[in-house]
Design a binder for this molecule. Sequence first.
Ligand SMILES: [Zn+2]
Length: 406
Amino acid sequence: MQKPLIRIPYTGPLPAPTIIPRFANSITGAIAALSTFLTAPPSHLVHHQHSSDPKSTVIITGAGISVASGLADYRGTNGTYRVNQTYRPIYYHEFAANHEARKRYWARSFLGWTNLHKARPNPTHYAIKSLGSMGFIRNVITQNVDSFHSIAHPDLPTLELHGYLRALTCVSCHNEYPREEFQTQLSKLNPAWDAFLAEIIRSGALDTENPDERRSRGVQTNPDGDIDLPGAPYTKFRYPACPHCLANPPLAGDGTQTKVEIDIDGAWKTTSTAGILKPAVVMFGESIAGVVKDAAEMAVDGSGRMLIVGTSLATYSAWRLAKRALERGMPIGILNLGGVRGEELFFQNLPIGQKGEAGVRAEQASDRVLPGLVEQLRRTGFHGHKEHQSVAQHLQNNTPFKDMLS
Ligand SMILES: [Zn+2]
């Protein structure tokens, strides 16, 4: 029996990184090292592991790459946990068990959605698209729930390890519903909040991409798309029930009939025993579905190296994928501002004088380095390894992974 993979944040401090190779301590140095990393012949260690495409790279991304899109990161650039000290993400067990916790979650999510919904991918996402079409990157694994990868590069397979905010899922029947329509329902059920949201939009607090400026206007946004409002009256917030469960109340696990009841306006009532909607994200304390875990492992095993961008690998689910790559002998590259959990493990026993082919650690902004890397690879005439297998072929041969695509 496999252990379930639970999403839990690692909040300890992380030491500053050692830059590898040493010349990767500038934007141009990082570009040069990553260019060598992506174009080097496959590591001989990987050959023994039967990787299906040892020349290709799997990329793992995290909240750091969405900062340039105006979304908050979990960590400051010095690697300490959370710029906003009062932020504590909601845990799944609280959400599932507690009506009060859900009201608070949905009120904050209601306010945060506008900002998330209008945010767009940034040069990091588009550079990844280019690296994919040039044949260097075959799979993207992201911990982000903002859907920017699938918007920026719909043709490059992306596995969303922690789900996505663009949909809701029912805890009872697992049907999915679009988040955008849900927002309209929340507006109707909570007119006072709707008016308040209109007011903060008018104030311009959501227009600025500067988190400090937002804070100074009384609004704190968080990476999972919600907003902090100290002292807000969450207890009056209302949210709808799952329409499917409302029409067909499901049987509970023990075979008894559940009930789903709503008030006169359509809000979920506490007399209900099912039909709770949750965001289609893997909440903290929730397990990642087995099929997603398997697809992520397959994406790692199918590649010859791993590039980690904009993440401190704080969640065990992401960290263990990096560890898996290491154990398979895959060269590892890290591009992240601030320390990465256990990173010293990834760069032990590198050959002396290596220029990036065996490992890279750079601490530069990905929205500057990756577009520069694409340009550099184009200039030097590298076209990657696309001829081996097209993305479409790959998808056909890879059904469980295809199911994860959105
Ligand atoms: Zn349902």
